[in-house]
Design a protein around this ligand. Structure first.
Ligand code: IVH
Length: 701
């Protein structure tokens, strides 16, 4: 492309042409940014386009167009919002998709609580609103702060925007609310208001939103609250975060109280005394769905009694006491244009269906996962086929089936590659099941660290939200730095600034002084990182967010963990036994971790990284718990609660729950029928408690 002329050198005619071009280009980028949530250029490059437009308009005032982007304010936030750390994590929900799974959910809850079969256990059922969740804090009845969910722990400060929502009271009604009250619920835009909003957007030559959810997100995340105020945002309250006093004894009553204090609550919420009733409410809500006036994507069930919710607690990031019963996925048909092979972080070859773009449930889909070689064979999809695809929520779209398998002249059967598509073309190997030795489903590139595709995936993972979360360093930037040989392993990220005299990132396409300096700041902010995030970032197989948390609370510091893993290379070591004894760590995960550290390449990678960083220790166990930091083992039959509840309770008191007795065990809780574990504990002189003694020890905690 020819270099752009300086604004000062443009003739009137050239200026007019250029303004027309800029309208098109900027509108196009707005569309990518808003509807597809996938910007094609960096913020800096986008800003440069708008600046050029403004500069030309300043010189040629009579050429300013009615559809000029300069007439629009706040199309895109100029810079980020303040961050708010949630005192109580904002959780997500597990999903179920069938009546059978609803029964299983209810049974799981009963089993955990050891609830007698003949005794009713109440659940609430209510619509699952398809918007974005928000936490609104009141102190002494006054709204003081509002935050988006973000990653669940830290969200964005959207206080001024939330204040503009009519369903959200500035001051609480009544006087029986707790002094600290964080109300949680869903911000959404009703369907009719959404349509009107898009008509107005279109008339003003502005980009339209793909669906109400995106529109709500875009509206809430306006930096200018006067724009939010004009958007038809609404709010349903259905939950809470930090509270200085309990809201009620039941979910139903708590939500009713929120209603009495001035919030809009959903009128379709019902109390159910049986699983059949829950399913009946689901069916009623599903039948009412089209006429509700706002988008919902399922029904949420919650154990009604709040004391039971407390006992049930959480697994990972979802409560055990609630689940979402999702509506069936939306389907559409389209044409399969190609099958690509993508390489994952651990070298897995994943076939991806490249589709003729089609709208499914309000979102344009052009890729769908085909999972693995077996799945491609089972579906027998071939290029040129008409296929049925579906997507449910945020799940990656799936290919359901070929619609015209008997068509004349179909393409060839897809042959799964035998080599990695990376430049090295290393052989791809079909994995074997670690237990049976049977061929597994995954085909993996054998190039490991040599495979450039794997390295790029690993770097992408390293900077991702759950790991280092480096703003300004996304897939696109990683790819460019990798290709230039400037970031080839994680440690290189942290030396980027030192090399910038030579690199001159700010002079490159898509970058500017501001975005380059923002990037260096973002990187510097991550030179201190939590042990948990560091573990996630390493990308050890089977160690995602949940397991990283488990390991970090078990070992507390990187040093202790690292030393233990090096020692655990010897399967006869105490370190190996200890790792395997952690409740939640299975043999496959233990093996993967030990193998990771036994690999010299990984050791080098970690060593170079640690020259650049500080890894902070995990929070020491709560000191007010007498069992904090203690390793406990349960054996025999428990009579007052289920094994799962006992373990979960111990873990919530910062005890480490192990599956086997070793010299590291502090307490064995033995019920009737205890055998070899009890014997071993006695031999080792470990404290042994009955279930009642254990409950007395932790009473009131
Ligand atoms: S309860 C502890 N109730 O669904 C559980 N969530 O997939 C807190 N959502 O992040 C959530 N309607 O944004 C709950 N009636 C409802 C909901 C609801 C929509 C959203 C919420 C949550 C997501 C989880």
């Amino acid at each position: 492309m020819a270099a752009l002329k300086e604004v000062d050198d443009l003739s009137g005619e050239e200026a007019a042409t250029e303004l027309a071009r800029l309208v098109r280009v900027i509108a196009e980028h707005d569309r990518h940014y808003y509807q597809k949530d996938a910007p094609k250029i960096s913020d800096a490059a986008y800003d440069a386009l708008r600046q050029r437009n403004a500069a030309i308009e300043a010189r040629f005032a009579d050429l300013v167009r009615v559809d000029s982007p300069s007439g629009r304010v706040g199309t895109r936030p100029a810079e980020g919002f303040g961050k708010i750390t949630h005192k109580v994590t904002m959780l997500s929900l597990d999903n179920v998709f069938s009546d059978t799974e609803v029964h299983e959910f209810a049974k799981r809850v009963r089993r955990f609580l050891r609830w007698p079969e003949d005794e009713p256990l109440a659940f609430t059922a209510e619509p699952k609103i398809d918007g974005l969740s928000c936490s609104i804090r009141y102190e002494h009845g006054k709204l003081v702060q509002a935050a988006t969910r973000g990653d669940g722990r830290t969200g964005e400060d959207v206080t001024s925007n939330v204040r503009t929502i009519l369903d959200v009271p500035e001051t609480l009604a009544g006087d029986d609310w707790p002094n600290v009250l964080e109300v949680r619920g869903e911000v959404y835009i009703p369907g009719a208001a959404f349509n009107e909003m898009n008509v107005a957007q279109e008339a003003a030559g502005k980009p339209v939103y793909a669906n109400p959810r995106n529109a709500a997100a875009g509206s809430l995340r306006q930096l200018d609250p006067s724009i939010s105020a004009k958007r038809p945002l609404r709010f349903f309250a259905y939950a809470w975060g930090e509270v200085s006093a309990p809201l009620a004894k039941t979910q139903m009553q708590a939500v009713k109280n929120l209603g009495a204090w001035g919030f809009t609550i959903n009128e379709h919420m019902r109390l159910c005394q049986s699983t059949d009733e829950m399913i009946a409410v689901y069916q009623t809500i599903e039948a009412a769905r089209a006429g509700l006036g706002y988008d919902i994507d399922g029904v949420v069930y919650k154990a009604d009694r709040l004391d039971l919710q407390e006992r049930l607690g959480f697994v990972s990031r979802s409560p055990r006491w609630a689940t979402a019963h999702k509506f069936p996925p939306e389907q559409a048909s389209t044409v399969l244009e190609n099958i690509d092979i993508q390489i994952g972080r651990t070298g897995a070859l994943t076939p991806v269906a490249k589709l003729k773009p089609v709208t499914v449930g309000g979102v344009v889909v052009s890729n769908a996962s085909l999972h693995n070689a077996d799945e491609v064979m089972r579906l027998d999809v071939r290029v040129g086929d008409s296929v049925l695809i579906q997507r449910a929520g945020d799940v990656i779209p799936q290919v359901v089936k070929v619609l015209d398998p008997d068509r004349e002249g179909r393409g060839d059967v897809f042959v799964f590659p035998t080599h990695c598509p990376c430049p090295l073309k290393t052989p791809a190997v079909r994995e074997r099941d670690e237990k049976t030795g049977e061929p597994g489903v995954i085909t993996r590139c054998s190039g490991e660290f040599a495979c450039p595709f794997q390295r790029v995936r690993h770097l992408e993972h390293f900077v991702s939200r759950q790991a280092f979360d480096i703003e300004g360093l996304g897939k696109k930037q990683i790819a460019a730095f990798f290709e230039a040989g400037e970031i080839t392993e994680p440690a290189d990220i942290f030396t980027l600034k030192d090399h910038n005299d030579g690199l001159k990132i700010e002079d490159r396409e898509g970058w500017g002084d501001l975005s380059a300096s923002n990037l260096f700041t973002a990187i510097d902010e991550r030179r201190t990182i939590s042990f948990e995030r560091f573990l996630i970032a390493l990308g050890i197989r089977h160690v995602g967010q949940t397991n990283a948390r488990l390991l970090s609370v078990s070992y507390l510091s990187w040093q202790q963990f690292h030393e233990a893993m090096l020692a655990a290379r010897d399967p006869a070591s105490e370190a190996f036994t200890q790792l395997n004894g952690i409740d939640g760590v299975g043999p496959i995960m233990a093996e993967a971790i030990v193998q990771f550290f036994a690999e010299p390449h990984n050791e080098g990678l970690v060593e170079r990284l640690l020259e650049q960083l500080q890894v902070t220790d995990a929070m020491p166990p709560k000191s007010d718990s007498p069992v904090a930091g203690k390793t406990v083992v349960f054996t025999g039959k428990l009579e007052q609660m289920s094994r799962d509840e006992a373990k979960a309770k111990a873990a919530s008191l910062s005890a480490k729950v192990a599956g086997s007795v070793s010299a590291k065990t502090d307490i064995l809780i033995a019920g009737p029928g205890a055998g070899s574990k009890l014997k071993k504990a006695n031999e080792l002189g470990i404290t042994v408690l009955t279930e009642s003694e254990w409950l007395t020890l932790i009473e009131g905690l």
